[in-house]
Design a protein around this ligand. Structure first.
Ligand code: S3P
Length: 426
């Protein structure tokens, strides 16, 4: 797909598609609840469709029409043994969260996913689930999918997680629903807390104290309605675009601004961004706002430490912004980027360098000296949706043509991405 520099301001408004993390959880927790769950503003991206397909294979009736989903839940013990392998596609959230649920069932399940999923580390969930008494085998013996999970009686544990990961935390808490005593997870820094908020919404007892979350076993979960907020991770591309293209003014409606997800907003405000928060509200414990974003000359910043989990998926597009900002941006403590859908540290560094950016990879991040003009280049997405979208945004500031190959992978989290971007170009 070919992109050209954007020489006129971006103008208009967008309703940002539903949050991917929250959409997954709404389907999963709806399936484990008694009765009907109605999900509105659901994200019909390929990842969330993988979650729906897995639960259908375990006997849950789910009707999905675009953004509206009806889940006919059968309660905590209502899943039935699938007759085929569960395919999690490209989705780490599906794979890791479902594994926690499957560990506490009374049947055996196998699950797998695409080539990227089969390379992602699953030892991080196998270890705590095994401590709980779970039986999880990596079928190739490499701590990756395909996994075979033999449902077993589980014990409550206190797990000190070595990584700040909402997927690990959620996996352990979901297994904790089936345990014989409370289960808690302590993280090195707080990761997104959608599981804690939504489990409470469905009736579970979940206590959050700082970086520790504790769940009580065997709750009675009841079907509910969930209105999914717009995904801040998707909004980030248009925030970046409006900040970069002179004269732009864009209104992004209904964006989730949960404090465990708002690191990108904090980082760009620190860089000098002009963003006005309008219509702040809270739905099911999740904060949302409309964001009015105006073009702003930006300067470099440092992102590190506890802030990293709050903007982990936005680092690729933050690196693009840093390339266009004046001065130096330093990103540290972001080694988790190496084990996402692709190795995002390596790919961002190589690809931005190809566009003429002064960028150096470090052990756990990157150093970007911004402000030099960007040059169009041929960039491969590596089938990573966030790489494709980040470079579509970079192309707006680049001289000449930028070609993104395998650009269609945006379907994973934002099927309408290219048409939404086009709608803001005049
Ligand atoms: C997610 C958690 C994060 C994030 C991913 C979605 C979730 O992953 O990168 O896109 O829905 O819980 P980690 O938990 O591996 O950091």
């Amino acid at each position: 797909m070919i992109f050209t520099k954007c020489s006129s301001p971006l103008k208009g408004e967008l309703s940002i598609p539903g949050d991917k993390s929250i959409s997954h959880r709404a389907v999963m927790f709806g399936a484990l609840s008694e009765g009907l769950t109605e999900i509105t503003h659901f994200l019909p991206g390929a990842d969330c469709l993988s979650t729906i397909s897995c639960f259908r294979k375990m006997g849950i009736d789910i009707q999905q029409e675009e953004n509206r989903v009806l889940v006919h839940g059968k309660g905590l013990h209502g899943l039935s043994a699938p007759t085929e392998i569960l395919d999690c596609g490209n989705s780490g959230t599906t794979t890791r969260l479902i594994s926690g649920i499957l560990a506490g069932q009374t049947f055996v399940t196998s699950l797998t996913g695409d080539a990227s999923i089969q390379k992602r580390p699953m030892g991080r969930i196998i270890r705590p689930l095994t401590m709980m008494g779970g039986q999880i085998a990596s079928l190739k013996g490499n701590d990756c999918a395909p996994l075979q999970i033999t449902g077993s009686p589980l014990h409550g544990i206190h797990y000190q997680s070595p990584v700040a990961s909402a997927q690990v935390k959620s996996c352990v808490l979901l297994a904790g629903l089936y345990a014989d005593a409370p289960t808690s997870v302590t993280e090195p820094a707080l990761s997104r807390n959608h599981t804690e908020l939504m489990l409470r919404h469905f009736g579970a007892e979940v206590v959050s104290q700082g970086v520790t979350a504790t769940v009580s076993p065997e709750p009675r979960l009841l079907g509910s309605s969930i209105q999914v907020p717009g995904d801040i991770s998707s909004a980030a591309y248009f925030i970046a675009a409006a900040l970069m293209v002179p004269g732009s003014e864009v209104l992004l409606k209904n964006v989730g601004v949960n404090p465990t997800r708002d690191g990108f907003l904090k980082a760009v405000l620190d860089m000098g961004a002009d963003i006005t928060f309008l219509n702040r509200t809270t739905q099911g414990g999740e904060d949302t706002a409309d964001l009015l974003v105006r073009y702003s000359p930006l300067h470099g910043t440092t992102v590190e430490g506890a802030m990293i989990p709050t903007l982990i998926d936005e680092i690729p597009v933050l690196a693009v912004l840093a390339a266009c900002a004046s001065g130096t941006t330093v990103i540290r403590d972001a080694q988790e980027l190496k084990v996402k859908e692709s190795n995002r540290l390596d790919i961002m560094t190589e690809s931005l360098a190809r566009m003429g950016v002064d960028i150096t990879a470090t052990e756990d991040g990157m150093i970007i000296n911004g402000g030099s003009p960007l040059q169009g280049a041929v960039i491969d997405s590596h089938l990573d949706h966030r790489i494709a979208m980040s470079f579509a945004i970079a192309s707006l500031a680049a001289e000449g043509e930028t070609e993104i190959t395998r650009a269609e992978c945006v379907d994973i989290s934002y099927p309408e991405f290219y048409s939404d971007l086009q709608s803001l170009r005049q």
